[in-house]
Design a protein around this ligand. Structure first.
Ligand SMILES: [Zn+2]
Length: 282
């Protein structure tokens, strides 16, 4: 049996102990930002107000390229863009907007840029899946139907436009996204530099991370915020098409997008003087 006085004394000891624990926890919490002061902490990014527009490439009626097994590109774009937008929201980017357009090109392309501009988006990401020019395709039969494929150029590709309002920041984000994709085991396709690409040949501006220049792209040149187009992989490649259809591949790409957005947002949130110092340190 414990007397009332003794119980009160014990309670007092417990309370003092609890207060010490709370105070210690507070001290640690206060020390944390100070310790991370000189590194680019993703926490310096104002996630709840940073708006990313994830644009679903093509339309339901004009669905883009056909995969090696006859599935329209739009279906791949819609699935990946949905997953990426959800991953961004789950990471705290609540303002993320999924952009679905019903209007056919060219008007539909202008409309995408206008909508992103009106939303005052901080970043524009167009989601596409790659094919090759018709003369590089071969015939094969799948499920009893004639289809076309090209197994030579798997991998993702990123595009930016020097006619965008902020080409330097577009490249910065493109490089960050390429780096995140590479670090997850994905590889970019170098075939856009080849002569056989004809008028689709592009200049590789970041050979490490797979970023090309494509100045004329309407969604990149008419957007007033940094903008990047991602070809997430080749759907005419018979092996990669199967991978691109899996939740695992979409999760991998979505995670790379989230990581790149976090870095980009944090870098943009730093004071201009620190940003310049970081840029010259490269
Ligand atoms: Zn496309």
């Amino acid at each position: 049996m414990i007397g009332v006085g003794q119980a009160a004394k014990r309670l007092g000891v417990i309370l003092v102990f609890a207060l010490v624990v709370v105070a210690a926890a507070n001290l640690r919490a206060e020390q944390r930002p100070a310790a991370a002061h000189n590194t680019v902490s993703p926490d310096s990014c104002p996630r709840s107000t940073f708006r990313v527009v994830v644009d679903v490439g093509h339309t339901l009626d004009v669905p883009g390229a056909l995969s090696a097994r006859g599935v329209p590109e739009y279906a791949f774009n819609l699935q990946l863009a949905r997953d990426a937008a959800q991953a961004l929201r789950d990471a705290g980017f609540e303002q993320t907007a999924l952009l679905i357009t019903g209007t056919a090109p060219r008007r539909g392309l202008v409309e995408r840029a206008v909508r992103a501009n009106n939303m005052r988006a901080n970043l524009f990401i167009a989601i596409h899946h790659d094919s090759v020019p018709d003369n590089l395709k071969q015939d094969w039969e799948y499920a009893g139907l004639k289809n076309q494929f090209n197994d030579d150029y798997p991998g993702y590709a990123l595009f930016i436009s020097n006619d965008n309002a902020d080409p330097a920041a577009s490249l910065q984000f493109g490089s960050a996204l390429g780096h995140e994709l590479e670090s997850r085991g994905l590889r970019y396709t170098p075939h856009y530099t080849l002569a056989l690409m004809g008028h689709r040949r592009r200049i590789l501006v970041d050979a490490k991370n797979g970023v090309y220049r494509y100045d004329q792209l309407i969604v990149l040149r008419q957007t007033k915020m940094p903008a990047v187009l991602l070809e997430a992989g080749s759907i005419v490649n018979r092996q990669e098409e199967l991978e691109l259809g899996t939740v695992e591949r979409r999760s991998l790409t979505s995670a790379a997008i989230v990581a790149a957005v976090e870095q980009f947002c944090a870098a943009r949130s730093r004071p201009a003087s620190t940003r310049a110092a970081a840029a010259s340190a490269h």
